[in-house]
Every structure is written in C-alpha cells, then in structure tokens.
Write a protein that binds this ligand. Structure first.
Ligand SMILES: OC[C@H]1O[C@H](O[C@H]2O[C@H](CO)[C@@H](O)[C@H](O)[C@H]2O)[C@H](O)[C@@H](O)[C@@H]1O
Ligand SMILES: [Ca+2]
Length: 651
C-alpha cells in the first residue's frame, strides 16, 4: 500500500473551489455568528420550497422537539397527510381527482447514467462543469439511450469530499449555476422523457453546515447540540470500522469549540447527523419536500446504513435505520406518488434485501455482485457470478437491483473476503498507486486492460443480468483515469468530448480547469473522445448504443425472471431471462480463448435461437445438450422462439 494519506485528506480540497470562494449563502442570514437559526432556516425552506410557495399542508414541520431532544426512533413523525399525489411536481388528472396514480415501475426498464455536473460540460467557459453544460448535452445522452440520470451532489459545499460534504441542502453550488439553471435542466430532461434522481446525503453534513456550526456552540443536551452525535470520550462504539482507513484513524474527532468528540463515519469534516433527534428527521423531510416539489424523480440515498448508532453493534443497517427509511418512503409516497429511492448500502446481499421488501427502497446497488464480475473476469470462470446469483435473497416484486461496473468511488472491495480482495488487487491494481482504502481507483477501461472484447463482455453482462444498469459517465467511450490525482479524483476527470482544447470540456484557460484532462497516451483525449467515436461505426460508443437499443426491445431484461442454465464448461456462464412468453438466452465466455459448451436446454426443445443483434437463426434446440462455440470473451443474446411462438413453462 501507498503511505497513509491522512494528511492529504485534510488538504484534499486544495486546488478545488472552496465554499468561501463560492460565496456562502448562509452568511449574513442573521444570527450572532452569521449562521441562520434553524427556525429561520426552516422558514426559508418553507418560503423557497419548490416553487416559492409556503410549505404545503402535510409536509414535514420543524417543531421544537420534546425536551432532551432524544426520542424514540420508531416514533411516528409529526406529519399531516395531504391529498395531493403528483407526477413531475404537478398534480396529474388522477391526482387532482384525488386518485393515487398507479406506479409505473419505470426504474425497472431504465438505463441510468451517473453524471458529475462538475466534470461533464462547462457551459460558461469558467473551467468548471455546470447545469447549463449538462443541459446542452442531454441530446447526446438521449441518443446514447439513457433514460434516467443520477447526479452526484451539486449543493453548496466546501468540496472537501467533492460535494458529499453538504453545507446547504436546498441550493445549487454557485460554481454549477443557479436553482433556475437546475429547473431548466430538469424540464429539458423531462421533455426528453428522462428521469432525474440526485444524491441525498442523509448521514452527515459538512462541518461548514450551519447546523454543525450552531451545534458545536450550543449548550450540551440542548436541541441544537443534539443535531449531531457527541461524546465526552472516544470510547463509545469501539470497534466500529473506519470506512476511509487511508485517511482517518478513528470515527471520533475532538472539537475544541464544543469541547467534545463528534462522530463521523467518513471524513472528520463530515459529522454524522443524529437521527435519534426527531428534529433532524423532520429537517431531512423538508429537504426531500424541497426537491420533490421541483419535480425530481427520486434520490440515491447516500451511505444509508449509517444513520443510527448503537453500542455493541457495527452501527450499520440497524432496525432504527430501516424504520426511518420506511417513514421516508411512506412520507414521499403519500405526497408525491412514485418517486424512487435507491439505496447506497455497501452491505452483504441479505442485508441489502432488507431495504427491498417493498416498503423501504425501490432499488439498491448490488455491491456484492460488482466485485464478483471482476473476479470472474480475472479468473476467467463463471463461478463467482454463479455464487452470487444462487445465493441472491428474494426481493419484493416492485423492487429492483441497480447493477454497476464502476462509479465515482474506488472499485470497492468491501464485500469480498480478504483473500479475494488480495486476488483482485493483484489482478487489477498491481501498481499500489491505484489502490485506495479497500478498493481500486481506476476506471473501467484501464481495469480491463483497454481490451475491447473484455469491455464488451462486461457491458453484455451488465445489461443482461437481473437489474437496472448504471453507466458511469465517460465509461461509454472507454475513458482512462489519472491515479496521480488525490483520493477518488482519479476517476473524476473532465468528460472527453473532442480532441480539441481541454478535450472539448471547456473553453477556459487550461490552467483554470476544475480538474486536469487525461493525457495518458492510451487514453489521451485526442484519441479517446465522443466526437471521434461518433464518427466511427465500430467505436465502443456506437457499439454500446446498439447494445442499449437491443436491450430496450426486450422487457425481460428489466423485469424478467432468471433461470440458470447448466453447462459442461466452467468458463461459460449461461442463463435465460424470461417474462411472459419472452425468453432470452444469454451465454458468456469469461475466458480469453475460444470455448465450446454443451447447455442443458431440454426445457426449450423445439425453440429456435435467434441472435438478438443480427437476427440469424440457429438450428432448433433439442432435448439433448445444445452445443455452442464462443470466441474469446464472446457472448450471445438469443431470443428463444418456438415456431408457433410459444415458450414453455419454466422448470
Ligand atoms: O458521503 C461519504 C461517502 O459516501 C459514499 O461512500 C460510499 O463509498 C465508499 C467508497 O468510496 C464506500 O466505502 C462506502 O461504503 C459508501 O457509503 C459516496 O459514494 C462517497 O463518494 C462519499 O465519499
Ligand atoms: Ca462553468
């Protein structure tokens, strides 16, 4: 491992815009220390909520807590029901008639694209991506086939954790534009039929958030103090793991102003909110109101397991946390109808399934599957994937896994055994510079050796296994990374739009860019960029567009069951996705060599496999094993068709 980076962590905001540069909206709002009192903050939210309207009946109210501030987490919040059930921020005809709008389960058929406003496209030429820039690129995303966007945090923040350190939940970071710019972006996305979800950083704030600044000065035991988790000694919750071990030694940090320790699961500049305090829960519901009234389609719930702490536990996924998620879901559903909650919970599958029982989240990222896709590619055998699929716990019919290969963080190896982690590090991060915490800070293409066949295979699995695929911006063109940037900025470099100035990301002076563009020779923006790939019919980008278009023809991929198909070659993975009379056979060769496989497809005897891409039909399936050959890292998607159109019942 590289030398510990704890000091780096405290400096990591350097070179990036700071909140003070970005004109903090809270200063001057009143209060002796320049910080708005919470009640005033609540009033502001009420005034600004959604479209400049006062808080609607039925939304959360910030009432003074009962004395002592603690409270029973299972207690029902003070919420008055409201009759409105809106679609896209406006009551629909049904809602206006008082009828709930039936859920569409749109997220099951979605193709989600994770995008960082900061590094996607600079619309005003100041070197930093912004909402004007993102809006200008919506046509590109639509043509790619994307149907939903997930935006990383774009709120006012000192950016010491790239926005996951929120200083104001209900505004836009000035570097990214205005709330008006956000509204225009949302309207334009909706006009193209795209949904938008954003990160909701529930667990913690920045130390610069007015709530923390007030808490640290407040009297111990007071309602303001109790917005965060304090202790006189760092001995509470001993043994709870540190999530960023390269940067932090402990989950407690001494605050000289409060003269107490505060709890933080992530960086020391990210104090955990105290969800035992009903005021915190209400405050977060007001944040939810603010964005949903604007018409947002849902939230990625960041760091969801860590909301509550209890002595003697791992302080993760506690019953109290699930109780709060249920309240959050019920609150949203009663007021806004179908808005999606996507859990970011880096936990084993059995734990994840607890969020997916129908009354908490709609989706959860499949953290156990992701590293096993990479393990299967490294070992060139199907077993690691099969193991996850066989052990997969049941989830409610309306729920869905969110599948991903890469995201804005390190490729986290928290969900594999220490031996598997070592194996993955050896296979994908031989250079210690590529490692961070318990993971690997590399993008998809460098991880897979820029090998086009392996990239296509990885995408073919992402788009055919049960769940909704999530693409990380830039991975559609096989962008590289910069492991010499601090922390996870390695994988957050500017989008490469062209071979021109600043990769087409910005017209600014190159020295003013929010992050350097990639110039590593194999991934240099002059070679790897959208413009060049759009012009090349065989580019990765055009190939992926075709793959997405094919997936969209078959609802079985988003909504169907999974049937594993037995074969006689451990290097080949085979399964059928079924929905009604639609059945798609997926066969994937994990090895770099040609493979043959005999598949037990007796249940489909009589069916004709038709290639979903080219339409060629193979000989009919018989009761005896069906023989297929696959090229290196080859894969097939076959539509199983009976001559008379009937597909047999599942076994
Ligand atoms: O807001 C703090 C962090 O929350 C998310 O972290 C998640 O990613 C971590 C890896 O970087 C992972 O170890 C942890 O279990 C997750 O909660 C968010 O995605 C991070 O960017 C952020 O720093
Ligand atoms: Ca800009």
């Amino acid at each position: 491992m590289q030398a510990p980076r704890r000091e780096d962590a405290r400096r990591q905001g350097e070179g990036l815009a700071t909140l003070s540069e970005a004109a903090p909206r809270s200063s001057g709002d009143g209060g002796a220390d320049g910080i708005a009192p919470l009640a005033q903050e609540a009033d502001r939210l009420a005034q600004e909520g959604g479209r400049g309207q006062p808080a609607a009946p039925g939304t959360a109210t910030l009432e003074p807590p009962e004395r002592g501030g603690g409270g029973d987490p299972s207690a029902v919040l003070s919420i008055r029901p409201r009759q409105e059930v809106a679609g896209r921020g406006r009551p629909s005809a049904d809602a206006a008639a008082g009828q709930p709008v039936p859920p569409t389960l749109w997220y099951k058929d979605a193709v989600i694209y994770e995008v960082h406003v900061r590094t996607f496209f600079d619309g005003n030429g100041d070197g930093t991506g912004d909402f004007r820039g993102l809006t200008a690129k919506l046509d590109y995303l639509q043509e790619l086939g994307v149907t939903a966007l997930w935006l990383l945090p774009f709120y006012p923040s000192p950016l010491a954790d790239d926005g996951y350190d929120v200083a104001d939940y209900t505004a836009v970071h000035p570097a990214y534009g205005t709330l008006g710019d956000f509204k225009r972006f949302l309207a334009e996305a909706h006009r193209r039929g795209m949904r938008v979800i954003t990160d909701l950083v529930l667990n913690h704030t920045s130390t610069q958030h007015p709530w923390f600044q007030r808490a640290r000065r407040a009297r111990p035991g007071s309602r303001w103090r109790d917005f965060y988790v304090w202790s006189d000694s760092p001995d509470r919750y001993r043994g709870v793991r540190v999530i960023f071990p390269d940067y932090e030694a402990d989950n407690w940090t001494w605050d000289p102003v409060a003269r107490a320790y505060y709890w933080h699961r992530f960086y020391a500049h990210q104090p955990d909110l105290n969800y035992d305090n009903p005021m915190v829960r209400r405050a977060m519901l007001k944040v939810v109101d603010f964005w949903l009234r604007l018409g947002l389609d849902g939230f990625r719930l960041d760091a969801l397991p860590y909301l509550f702490e209890r002595e003697g536990t791992a302080c993760a996924g506690l019953p109290e946390t699930h109780a709060f998620v249920r309240e959050l879901r019920a609150y949203i559903e009663a007021r806004y109808g179908e808005r999606v909650l996507l859990a970011e919970a880096n936990e084993p599958a059995a734990e994840l399934a607890r969020y997916l029982q129908g009354d908490e989240c709609h989706m959860a990222f499949h953290f156990p599957l992701m590293p096993r896709l990479f393990l299967a590619l490294a070992r060139e055998e199907a077993a690691p994937i099969l193991q996850v699929l066989r052990d997969e716990p049941a989830i409610a019919p309306a729920c869905q896994w969110a599948l991903f290969l890469r995201n804005h963080d390190e490729l986290t190896l928290e969900m594999v055994s220490p031996q598997e982690r070592e194996e993955l590090w050896q296979a994908y991060a031989a250079d210690p510079q590529a490692r961070v915490n318990l993971g690997i800070r590399r993008r998809l293409a460098p991880l897979l050796g820029n090998d086009r066949r392996r990239l296509e295979l990885a995408y073919a699995l992402l788009f055919s296994l049960p769940g909704t695929p999530v693409i990380y911006y830039g991975d559609e063109i096989g962008m590289g990374d910069n492991i010499y940037l601090p922390d996870r900025h390695a994988v957050r470099t500017p989008m490469q739009w062209s071979g021109g100035r600043n990769a087409g990301f910005s017209t600014a002076n190159p020295q003013r860019l929010c992050a350097p563009v990639v110039v590593d020779p194999p991934y240099h923006y002059e070679a790897v960029n959208v413009e060049a790939q759009l012009a090349s019919p065989d580019s990765l980008l055009n190939w992926l567009r075709r793959l997405i278009a094919v997936r969209k023809r078959f609802p079985a991929f988003g909504r169907g069951d999974l049937e594993l198909i037995a074969g006689d070659n451990r290097r080949v993975l085979a399964f059928v996705r079924r929905l009604g009379d639609q059945a798609i056979l997926v066969v994937a060769n994990l090895s770099r060599f040609v493979q043959g496989v005999r598949l037990d497809l007796a249940a489909y005897a009589g069916c004709l496999p038709e290639d979903a891409f080219g339409g060629a039909t193979l000989p009919p399936i018989e009761r005896r094993p069906y023989f297929l050959t696959l090229g290196p890292h080859g894969f097939y998607w076959f539509v199983l068709k009976r001559p008379e159109g009937e597909i047999p019942e599942p076994r």
